[in-house]
Design a binder for this molecule. Structure first.
Ligand code: FUB
Length: 331
């Protein structure tokens, strides 16, 4: 049963989506994708999401439901990234060991393959200076990074099927046939997790599959489209447990699965947010001011146009057993 929860459109001045949200030194920062009315025909690869830059937003007060939101302007531009050709999709930003801020972002390279870039700033508000090359061995989309307080390491979660190109890879190797999906009864294509190198600029190891199990301990299958992973990874910790959350893409649910360590496996636990208006759904979960918040997007303000999405926020509540109360995406 989904709860009707009061929500706020965070930034009516512009179309933004895919929020990643962090609190640095007590202040809340939002790192969204920057939507625009790109004149690109819509397709199943998401070509219509032809974003060209990133902005940073910050919350100028204690309450996400009412405090002003400040736009710090353009902090990274596609034209300044030597290796990238198009489509700056969902990014994330963390504070590194050296106190600088590291942005991880997907973009298609000159051969139209998604890679992960890194850009660095002295401040959480940018501007971010891009590294000249993408991370070696990186692929697919939707990077989200956990700085784990248990061991001090940084773990990146990534991947997305269909337009996100994750189906091209098996065990980190691109397949000759390009695109292939397992049969409906086989285990679903998993997102990936990888520990970052000490200098934050490369992978410290080969990425591993993020396995999502059902309550009986079996991996979710390809045909289980209302629960299996599609895109939009996010990781947060609650009472020592690791909550991996994601979108089911073509069935439009935001779901979560719980594990005991950053690598998983994770057990499917439930739905965070029922489908919103617009094809994509995407989110971040963060604790701020003693409460938990769900940041996400929908396409209501644009009248349902998929490539023009708007940021929203609402409170997220846990039950005493650690499960999350489902939020109604339509209100
Ligand atoms: O914004 C482009 C893509 O749409 C993101 O990478 C996906 O997660 C979906 O929200």
């Amino acid at each position: 049963m989904a709860d009707k929860v009061i929500k706020r459109y965070l930034f009516p001045d512009d179309y933004m989506a895919d929020p990643s949200v962090h609190v640095f030194d007590g202040k809340l920062y939002i790192y969204p994708s920057h939507d625009w009315a790109a004149p690109v025909p819509e397709d199943d690869f998401g070509s219509q999401h032809d974003m060209k830059d990133y902005h940073v937003l910050s919350l100028e007060g204690p309450d996400p439901m009412t405090s002003p939101v400040k736009d710090w302007g353009k902090v990274l531009d596609l034209k300044d990234i030597p290796w990238a050709r198009r489509q700056l999709w969902d990014c994330d930003v963390v504070r590194g060991r050296d106190g600088r801020y590291y942005m991880y972002y997907p973009a298609k390279d000159k051969t139209d393959i998604f890679r992960c870039g890194v850009a660095i700033s002295d401040k959480p508000t940018g501007p971010f200076v891009p590294e000249p090359d993408p991370i070696r061995g990186s692929y697919s989309i939707d990077m989200a990074v956990l700085h784990d307080d248990a061991d001090g390491e940084y773990y990146m979660y990534f991947g997305g099927i269909w337009g996100g190109q994750l189906q091209r890879y098996r065990d980190n190797l691109a397949q000759d046939c390009g695109t292939s999906y397992p049969e409906d009864g086989e285990p679903a294509i998993p997102p990936r997790v990888v520990r970052l190198s000490h200098d934050m600029l490369q992978f410290a190891e080969d990425s591993r599959p993020v396995v999502i199990l059902d309550q009986a301990g079996k991996p979710l299958t390809v045909g289980d489209t209302h629960r299996r992973f599609f895109e939009a990874s996010w990781m947060h910790k609650y009472q020592g447990k690791y909550y991996f959350s994601y979108s089911t893409g073509d069935t439009h649910h935001l779901c979560y699965a719980i594990g005991d360590n950053p690598y998983g496996p994770f057990t499917y636990t439930g739905e965070l947010l029922t489908p919103v208006v617009g094809w994509t759904t995407h989110h971040a979960i963060v604790e701020y001011g003693g409460k938990w918040w769900l940041f996400h997007h929908d396409s209501v303000p644009s009248g349902g146009i998929t490539r023009l999405r708007s940021l929203k926020v609402c409170e997220l509540k846990y039950n005493p057993d650690g499960t999350i109360q489902t939020v109604d995406g339509i209100d």
